[in-house]
Design a protein around this ligand. Sequence first.
Ligand code: OAD
Length: 236
Amino acid sequence: MGRALEPLVALTGAGVSAESGVPTFRGPDGLWERRRPEELANQRAFARHPLLVWRFYAWRRSLVARCSPNAAHLTLADIEDRVGDFTLITQNVDGLHGAAGNLQVIELHGSLWRLRCTRCLERWEDRRVPFPELPPRCPSCGGLARPDVVWFGESLEQRILDRAMSSAARARIMLVVGTSAVVHPAAQLPLIAKNAGAWIVEINPEETPVSAYADEVIRGPAAQVLPEWWAHNQGL
Ligand code: OAD
C-alpha cells in the first residue's frame, strides 16, 4: 500500500456496532426499562440508586456479550494491519473493536469490561457475564466498584483525550463512522482534523453536524459501505 492514506484516523460511534445488534444511544432501541441512558449513566444516579445503575450495566454487558464484530469492525482491523500510521478512536464501550482484532484502540469513553474503584484510582478488568448481582469491592481499598466508563457530566481522561486530539490534528484522512457527532469533546475531533487539512469521510445513514463540512459523505450502514470504501481505497 502507498502512503497516500496516512496518517489515517478513524473515529467510531455506536452506529458501527448497530449491525452487530448493539442498540445506539439516540436510536429507537436505546431505552432500558423506559429510561434513557442519560438518566442512568451518571454519578448522581449511581450514588442514589447503585443497584439500578448496576442492573442497567449488567443488562448492557449481557447484551453485548451476545454480539460479534461485524464487517465494519473487521474492516477497521484489516486497516490496522495494512496501514502503518493508523489510529482508531472510539466512543464505544462495547469492546467490539478489540474483539475484531484491533490492538491499538483509543477508548474515549472507557470500557464495559473494566471496573474502577469509586474511592481510589484502582482499575481492573472484569469480564464476567452475567455481572454479580452487587457491585464488587475494590481489591486495593475495599471501595465500591463502578463500571469504568465515562458518565454524563464527567470529564474524559486527559491523557486519552490528548492522544486523540493529537492524532486528529495529524490525520491526512479521517473516517467518521456511525456517530451522531453531538457529544463533546469527541464531536470536535473531526473538526480538529478538518482544520488541520485532513480529508473527512463520513459514513452514516443519516445527516449529522459533520455532514456540513465532510469532503466525502457515504450514506449507508457501516457494515456494507465501509468494506466498499476500503476496497476502493486500499490500493492508493
Ligand atoms: P448515537 O446513538 O448518538 O448515534 C449513532 C449514530 O449512528 C447515528 O448518527 C446513526 O445515524 C448512526 N447509525 C445508525 N446505524 C448505523 C449503521 N448501521 N452504520 C453507520 N451508522 C449508523 O451514538 P454516538 O454518536 O456513539 O457517551 O454517541 C456518542 C456518545 O453519546 C456515546 O459514546 C455515549 C453517549 O452519550 C457516553 O456514554 C459518555
